[in-house]
Design a protein around this ligand. Structure first.
Ligand code: ADP
Ligand code: F6P
Length: 478
């Protein structure tokens, strides 16, 4: 009727991240095939696709030279609303393996002692410029542009400059999927100011926890002389809003998968296999921030301190290969497989091995079955933006009400404190005690804790996270 308020015209959403939901690879016969990418960013944004339409720009995972090949990749991604940003192989290597993962990643995870490299920085800048060119071409006046993660921290500034040249306003959101360190740690990076300035050209900047948000604001004050009050930062006459947006998963996806016959059969088989044995599950990208070395130490300590558990518990550890071209990750893989071998050598019997180590990516159905049969999920990150595996375990534990044992350095620990058993990941004795406590916890206590975790996971979904960020962003124009 004429009394109805005119509704706001719907604004289109453009999502930009280095990694697309699908990674493209070339088969031996020369054809291209794509597979689901793994990682928290893809999980959270994929959950949003259920409620919100968007175009997703990102690097497809490979660098074909010929126009025909590029076209084939473009076509294969188009049905997923994904648009490839092509990068020269050498440049992509220096940007992704180099500056992003060898320099920025450890600093964002509060590590110092990182070696700066000018050539890698130049590649980082160049890739951010290429992304800016693509997005400036694609974006229309009223579009909302949502940039993700540390690979693209210069993009908001570069994009705003390009849009200004075209006399278009830019409404740019930025979400970081990692922690953000205090200024004293960030300062180790000679280009820290550029990184902060790049990000501060956003309209809205989102973090997983209040601590990360505060560290960012404090760094802007200290290194850029910006002024920060409440959740806003004033820099060079622009007011930038910051906020904590609690990321999550799509729990329904797990519930639906659990109902599949194939998964039910698998759960039955695994339960039968482990009927007299407690199962602890761990699912982590093979990354030093996940504290896998500490996890294995803690588990070894547990078997030593509580010998009655020997032969009666297994740790099934899925270590998803990650960033395999970076030396630190290669070294970690060697160290972990050696450590697994030593512990198994120490405690195995002909009919029993305490650690089952899967160094590969496993299908989603198998992942869901594993989460479901485990009595405990053990996550030992030394630093971790959020850790969505913690959420996924909860989503699959409706029947069993298993225990979530969580490092106090995972972002998730802030929100899940009531329902989890928490420990300091470097305190191996404490970790061993927590494992024992979790495995001997009464049914009533497990249920009480589980109900709290379930409520949190079902309230804070990826769709809700995405919608609240986009709603906040769409209230603004520049
Ligand atoms: P990070 O973002 O550091 O990798 P998270 O714990 O937040 O850590 O997210 C990891 C995500 O990767 C989870 O959603 C998990 O289900 C997903 N994942 C793990 N293994 C696979 C796999 N084989 N294929 C696809 N996704 C996977
Ligand atoms: O959580 C941080 C993050 O870098 C996400 O961006 C990504 O989902 C995950 O780690 C996996 O990293 P990569 O894109 O290097 O495989």
């Amino acid at each position: 009727t004429s009394k109805e308020m005119p509704s706001e015209p719907k604004r289109n959403l453009i999502v930009v991240s280095n990694r697309l939901p699908l990674s493209v690879k070339r088969s031996e016969d020369g054809s291209y095939h794509s597979s689901m990418s793994s990682g928290g960013l893809v999980t959270s944004l994929s959950g949003l696709t259920k409620t919100t339409e968007f175009r997703w720009f990102g690097w497809p995972g490979m660098s074909p030279k010929e126009a025909e090949e590029q076209e084939e990749i473009r076509r294969s991604l188009a049905s997923h609303n994904a648009i490839p940003v092509f990068l020269d192989e050498e440049l992509a290597h220096k940007h992704y393996n180099g500056f992003s993962n060898q320099i920025l990643w450890p600093i964002l995870h509060y590590q110092s002692g990182v070696t700066y490299d000018e050539e890698m920085w130049e590649a980082y800048k160049k890739v951010n410029e290429i992304f800016a060119d693509y997005i400036a071409d694609a974006a229309q006046e009223e579009d909302l542009i949502w940039v993700h993660d540390y690979h693209l921290m210069l993009l908001p500034k570069l994009l705003r400059e390009r849009m200004a040249k075209k006399k278009r306003q830019a409404c740019i959101g930025f979400s970081l999927h990692t922690p953000f360190p205090p200024s004293e740690t960030l300062k180790v990076l000679p280009v820290a100011k550029d990184i902060l300035e790049g990000t501060l050209s956003s309209t809205l900047v989102g973090f997983h926890t209040d601590d990360y948000r505060k560290n960012f604001a404090e760094s802007c004050e200290y290194l850029l002389n910006a002024r920060s009050q409440d959740s806003a930062i004033l820099y060079k006459d622009r007011l930038v809003k910051t906020g904590r947006f609690t990321v999550g998963i799509d729990p329904d996806k797990f519930n639906e998968t659990l109902k599949q016959d194939e998964v039910q059969t698998r759960i039955k088989d695994l339960n039968e296999r482990y009927k007299d044995i407690k199962v602890i599950v761990g699912v982590d990208r093979l990354d030093y921030i996940k504290g896998l070395t500490q996890k294995l130490h803690g588990f070894e300590q547990f078997l030593t301190d509580y010998p009655k558990w020997q032969g009666k518990v297994v740790l099934i550890q899925v270590a998803v290969p990650s960033r395999e071209d970076v030396k630190e990750y290669q070294d970690l893989e060697t160290a972990i497989s050696c450590q697994v071998g030593k512990i198994n050598g120490k405690f195995s019997k002909p009919e029993y091995s305490p650690i089952i180590y899967l160094h590969r990516s496993i299908p989603f159905t198998e992942l869901t079955a594993l989460y479901s049969i485990a009595d405990m999920c053990l996550l030992t990150s030394s630093r971790d933006g959020m850790n969505l595996v913690a959420f996924e375990y909860v989503a699959c534990q409706e029947q069993r009400n298993g225990v979530l044992a969580l490092s106090e350095f995972a972002g998730a620990s802030v929100f899940m404190a009531d329902g989890t058993v928490q420990f300091h990941p470097a305190n191996i004795k404490e970790m061993a005690q927590c494992i024992h406590k979790g495995l001997t916890m009464s049914k009533e206590e497990r249920k009480e804790r589980y109900d709290k975790l379930k409520k949190f996971v079902h309230t804070n979904t990826s769709a809700k996270w995405g919608q609240s960020f986009v709603t906040e962003l769409s209230k603004r124009h520049v």
